[in-house]
Design a protein around this ligand. Structure first.
Ligand code: SF4
Length: 316
């Protein structure tokens, strides 16, 4: 084991002992997730896989730091709450508002900002927190409930927030969803596997137990809203890039050779490169052949599989 291995192990072990990592009850941060996962959690199943918890640990560390910074009269942090038997911890509670930090990648943050429907699971979570605090008299029924989105690979300019009045219906939507899972389990019905296999293999602690027999090469219908949006955004971006490259190449033919200024733009050509000597591969091969020697060869890895995202053509 290297020192780096030791450090990573210490970080993982520390995370595993945190109270939240050992939480037995299904919490508000989970109720909108995969229903098969909720079934394992309700069953108290022991994880079959060790997943990479770095992103979660990084989020926890940022939360902890910000909570020490955001202090002041009337501001409370890490407040326990419970609604319809589902526990949670609200990040920030003031006299009339509740806020939850969401640390994420800049790419995800931009996707959420462009399509607020992707926030539904997060909204259910924070309204679940708020419902418990409203019922406990710690927030007024007309409290503001919001998300503070903090991209971990962005700058302060990339932070943004989403807020709305407290809506108990959203909290009930989450609690009803968990009850639906309980009802399906009681009836012996299979629980929907709401995540695609690649996601499961990377992130779910029950992946081997749940999907160990599934073919990793098989195509499947992806239903998770955020992943559906990510595929669509990737496909649309790739299409735009292709169009932009075509435009750029077409315009280059028109303007190549111009020198000087054009409105706000300056145009010129870089200097042509100087000729340089390189090994003559044909002569080397001929020389080895003439001497009856085998050309020294090495093996280079094949290309990584290319990501292919294309819009499905609709039947005419
Ligand atoms: S492996 Fe995938 S489908 Fe199964 S419980 Fe985990 S997230 Fe859900």
């Amino acid at each position: 084991m290297t020192f780096l291995d030791d450090v990573i192990k210490l970080a993982k072990d520390h995370d595993a002992t945190r109270p939240r990592s050992q939480q037995v009850s299904v919490g508000w941060s989970e109720v909108g997730g995969c229903r098969a996962y909720l079934g394992y959690r309700l069953d108290g199943a022991w994880p079959s896989d060790e997943t990479d918890t770095w992103a979660a640990q990084r989020g926890t560390a940022i939360h902890a730091y910000l909570e020490t910074v955001i202090t002041g009269p009337g501001i409370r942090t890490e407040i326990d709450t419970e609604y319809r038997g589902i526990p949670g911890h609200a990040d920030i509670v003031t006299t009339d508002a509740l806020w939850d930090f969401k640390t994420t990648s800049l790419a995800s943050s931009r996707m959420w900002a462009a399509d607020h429907s992707l926030l539904r699971q997060k909204r259910v979570q924070i309204h679940g927190y708020a419902a418990g605090l409203v019922d406990a008299g710690e927030l007024p029924p007309d409290a503001t409930v919001g998300l503070l989105v903090v991209p971990v690979d962005g700058t302060f300019r990339d932070w943004w927030s989403y807020e709305e009045p407290f809506d108990r219906a959203l909290a009930d939507e989450g609690a009803d969803r968990l009850q639906q899972v309980r009802d399906l389990m009681a009836a012996g019905e299979p629980l929907p596997k709401d995540k695609p296999l690649t996601w499961c293999s990377n992130w779910c602690p029950f992946a081997s137990m749940c999907r160990g027999a599934d073919d990793p090469q098989a195509a499947e219908e992806i239903t998770d809203a955020e992943l559906v949006a990510a595929v669509a955004r990737y496909g649309e971006t790739a299409q735009q890039i292709t169009r932009l490259y075509k435009d750029k190449d077409g315009l280059a033919e028109m303007i190549r050779g111009l020198r000087g200024t054009a409105g706000e733009w300056r145009i010129g050509l870089s200097k042509a490169g100087e000729p340089k000597d390189v090994p003559d591969e044909a002569a080397i091969a001929a020389d080895y052949a003439a001497r009856g020697a085998a050309l020294p060869m090495t093996t280079k890895p094949g290309n990584a599989p290319r990501l292919n995202v294309r819009r499905i053509r609709k039947a005419a």
